[in-house]
Design a protein around this ligand. Structure first.
Ligand SMILES: *Cc1c(COP(=O)(O)O)cnc(C)c1O
Length: 398
């Protein structure tokens, strides 16, 4: 009999979104006449812009000709896409190099797979509440996690405790689920803390495109000295509507190296390259053609139009909550609105209450960690009409 990875026994029983689906489905079959509005799962709904679509088509056509046909591509991504990403960062005044960019099928895989580079024994800091992938992938590897509290008192932006040592620090900004985003001074403090501790920051910037406050950093690499202590994960999922198309990228600076127990210097860029070339065979040429178009000036302008639509939805939700004096976070630099459940309700009770009385589906904060127990997440990824209707129904209840 194979000895199984029993760390799986330590995972929470079901994925958050399957429990939500289960409750929504049983409500829907009991009440077939009710119109349910889903503002729960963080998935985009608008179609992909025409610049990207035309390049996806070109990618397909290239495969129809012997002269332009593509088989296996470089595991790290085609040069044209790596360079388009470098250029996009340059337009945001951030200098990175093409061989620091690794193209992948998405940030979920990369944020999970990065655990391959680290030993089991590390002090790992993960904020609570958090995107569940960071937690579960470390539990699968049998690692211990030290949670840092994100709560209303610190505006869901926890700062380092300089008296506590860490080796690996996860940061997601703008944050899923809370919508909170760090400013430059705050991120600088995290970078300083990482350097003090000879630690690494694993920075998830999947929502950088939702930043409207121009003073906020869109990348950890906007912070001085961060290339000595950070890896950045990003994705086209929310930026370009690629949740189904699948493409992301990870930036591993060449300056990033640590000393092994043998005394050898280990470059994280070289290790990630080794990991990817061994276990990953690249993203399809078609998708990379489309992705490169998203990073062009015109393509990004189209992406931003979709994002503006979602941002208007976020504003509508936030204003509705404000009218009811409900404490909320996010919604300005993020597609998520994170609010305190009214009447001190627990988040799953509030989920049921909202489903039963307003037929609105959101995400209970408890699914993201203990500090989410009294909070609830709504997304701005719905259509305008449904968003307006949902907030009207919620306002009527309180
Ligand atoms: C949506 C999301 C991603 C993107 O994941 P993909 O695999 O690229 O679709 C990454 N991180 C967070 C926190 C997210 O919410």
């Amino acid at each position: 009999m194979p000895k199984l990875n029993e760390n799986y026994l330590n995972l929470k029983e079901s994925y958050l979104f399957s429990e939500i689906a289960h409750r929504v489905n049983s409500y829907a079959s009991a009440h077939p006449d009710k119109k349910i509005i889903r503002l729960g799962i963080g998935d985009v709904t608008l179609p992909i812009g025409s610049k990207v679509i035309s390049q996806l088509h070109e990618g397909v056509d290239a495969l129809a000709n012997a002269e332009t046909f593509k088989g296996y591509g470089p595991e790290q991504g085609y040069a044209f896409l790596r360079e388009a990403i470098v250029d996009y960062y340059m337009r945001n005044n951030i200098v990175i190099e093409a061989d620091e960019v690794f193209v992948s099928d998405g940030a979920k895989s990369d944020t999970g797979n990065i655990t391959d580079l680290f030993d089991k024994d590390n002090v790992i800091l993960i904020p609570d509440p958090v995107y569940p992938v960071y937690v579960d992938t470390n539990i699968m590897n049998g690692r211990n996690i030290t949670y840092i509290d994100a709560n209303a008192e610190n505006n869901f932006l926890p700062m380092p405790d300089h008296s506590v040592h860490a080796d690996i620090i996860y940061i997601c900004s703008p944050n899923n689920p809370t919508g909170a985003a760090y400013n430059k001074e705050q991120l600088k403090e995290w970078v300083d803390y990482a350097l003090e501790n000879n630690a690494i920051i694993l920075y998830d910037s999947a929502y950088e495109c939702f930043i409207t406050d121009e003073t906020l950093p869109r990348s950890i690499f906007a912070i001085e000295d961060s290339k000595k202590c950070a890896i950045e994960f990003c994705s086209l999922s929310k930026t370009a509507g690629f949740t189904g198309t699948r493409c992301g990228y990870t930036i591993v600076p060449k300056d990033l190296s640590f000393t092994a127990s043998t005394g050898a210097k280990l470059s994280l860029n070289a290790m990630w390259n080794r990991r990817q070339t061994t276990k990953f065979n690249g993203v399809s040429y078609i998708v990379q053609k489309g992705a490169a178009a998203a990073f062009s000036v015109e393509g990004m302008a189209q992406c931003k139009e979709n994002i503006k639509y979602y941002q208007e939805n976020a504003r509508i939700i936030a204003e509705g909550l404000a009218r009811k004096n409900i404490l909320y976070f996010g919604g300005i630099n993020s597609p998520y609105i994170w609010f305190e459940c009214p009447n001190n309700m627990d988040s799953w009770d509030f989920f049921d209450y909202l489903l039963n009385n307003a037929q609105v589906v959101g995400t209970p904060g408890a699914g993201f960690g203990k500090n989410g127990q009294k909070f609830f997440r709504l997304t701005s990824f719905g259509n305008r009409e449904n968003t307006i209707e949902a907030i009207k129904r919620i306002e009527k209840l309180f």
